[in-house]
Ligand binder design. Structure first.
Ligand code: HEC
Ligand code: HEC
Ligand code: HEC
Length: 299
């Protein structure tokens, strides 16, 4: 299982998106109507033959401008047939996903808002059944529809980063994830922009060093039933030391990005969040330093 995950992430980091354009839309727009990263041609206006020529050329290393290395990663695993299918898809005008609006991008990070509307109940009165749950509705599930939630964040590259919820919290995804989810074993479009070797060209935050570490100690049960971690018998919890094993590849447990990083919708929180993060260093509002402080507080 773990082996498979690793292989999945290796393949995906080279970008394998057999005959699908969903991985392209973040840069090229839903109907290839944008100049990707401000430099490419508007692909929907190219002829089918030129699109095929360009994609085959990127694959062979014989076509392209300053950013051709980036496109090579995107097409490396496409067959000639896939390329032909994609060119047809683009020229037929099929939309991969609704185009996200891209308002003018603001500088800096956005503050998290905590404008919940929770009102404490009057404890002297009997509580109505509709007041018991946070959703303030009948407890009969069949009568309750989840609220309509619109995820309408701007496309990657035009979103404003959001302040961290607390020091070393996983940052929230500020941009649209249209066409990017779900992450599957064969397809992880996040890697195409966030792997450290790709992030700079796209203006994305690189995946941090912590995601390339294995923190799990090598654990064994010794003959007498004692627990051994990284070759050391553990008698007290204080015997457990954090060991960061550096990997050449993304750690498999980090492959499913959206397990920890989540997109944002504009909804009213049901309960006001009174938590106020304490940033010892202002820089930590927009950046993590986990690997440097991993054993802070551990004696
Ligand atoms: C991470 C952003 C990104 C993604 C994802 C991406 N592209 Fe590109 N694309 C670019 C950039 C940048 C260029 C211009 C590269 C250069 O030649 O310098 C480009 C160029 C192209 C061109 C040639 C246009 C020209 O200027 O000559 C085509 C065709 C194309 N891409 C199709 C695709 C397809 C199909 C996909 C998905 C399989 C895709 N791209 C995914 C960024 C991206
Ligand atoms: C087309 C390139 C692209 C793709 C694909 C992409 N991102 Fe991003 N991501 C960016 C850029 C660029 C930013 C910086 C904000 C902006 O400009 O929109 C960003 C910002 C983020 C941030 C906030 C980082 C911070 O420092 O606050 C997170 C978290 C994130 N992305 C996660 C993801 C995940 C998870 C996926 C896959 C579901 C993904 N991204 C897919 C380009 C991309
Ligand atoms: C198990 C939870 C988890 C998973 C899975 C995960 N992350 Fe993270 N991520 C975190 C946490 C926690 C942080 C902040 C602390 C740190 O740097 O490790 C973080 C930080 C980041 C940052 C900010 C780096 C910086 O310099 O500030 C980016 C970008 C990021 N992750 C991208 C990704 C992408 C892309 C994936 C999928 C390949 C992913 N993460 C998978 C938990 C996770």
């Amino acid at each position: 299982m773990i082996k498979k995950l690793l292989i999945g992430s290796i393949i995906a980091s080279g970008a394998i998106y057999a005959a699908s354009v969903s991985a392209c839309v973040g840069c090229h727009g839903a109907s290839f109507e944008k100049k990707a990263l401000g430099v490419s041609k508007v692909v929907k206006d190219m002829s089918k033959e030129d699109i095929i020529k360009a994609l085959k050329g990127y694959k062979a290393g014989t076509y392209g401008g300053a950013q051709k290395g980036l496109m090579k990663g995107q097409v490396a695993s496409l067959s000639d047939k896939d390329i032909e299918d994609i060119a047809n898809m683009i020229k037929s005008g099929a939309k991969a996903s609704p185009a996200a609006k891209a308002p003018a991008k603001k500088e800096g990070v956005k503050e998290l808002s905590n404008d919940g509307q929770y009102k404490a109940p009057d404890l002297k009165k009997p509580v109505d059944a509709t007041e018991l749950g946070l959703r303030k509705a009948s407890l009969d599930d069949s009568k309750v529809a989840p609220p309509e939630v619109k995820f309408d964040a701007p496309a990657p590259g035009s979103a404003q980063r959001i302040e961290r919820s607390y020091v070393n919290a996983p940052p929230l995804i500020p941009h649209s994830v249209d066409g990017l989810l779900p992450i599957t074993i064969k397809r992880n479009a996040c890697l195409g922009c966030h792997m450290p070797d790709k992030a700079k060209a796209v203006g994305a935050t690189p995946i941090p060093p912590s995601h390339f570490m294995d923190y799990r100690p090598n654990t064994k049960i010794a003959k007498d039933g004692a627990i051994e971690k990284n070759g050391k018998i553990i008698k007290n919890t204080s015997d457990v030391k954090v060991v960061q094993k550096k990997l050449k590849k993304l750690y498999a447990g980090r492959y499913n990005c959206s397990q920890c990083h989540v997109p944002q919708a504009n909804v009213k929180p049901l309960v006001k969040n009174n938590f106020k993060p304490d940033f010892t260093d202002k820089k930590l509002k927009e950046k993590s330093n986990l690997v440097d402080v991993i054993d802070q507080g551990v004696k």
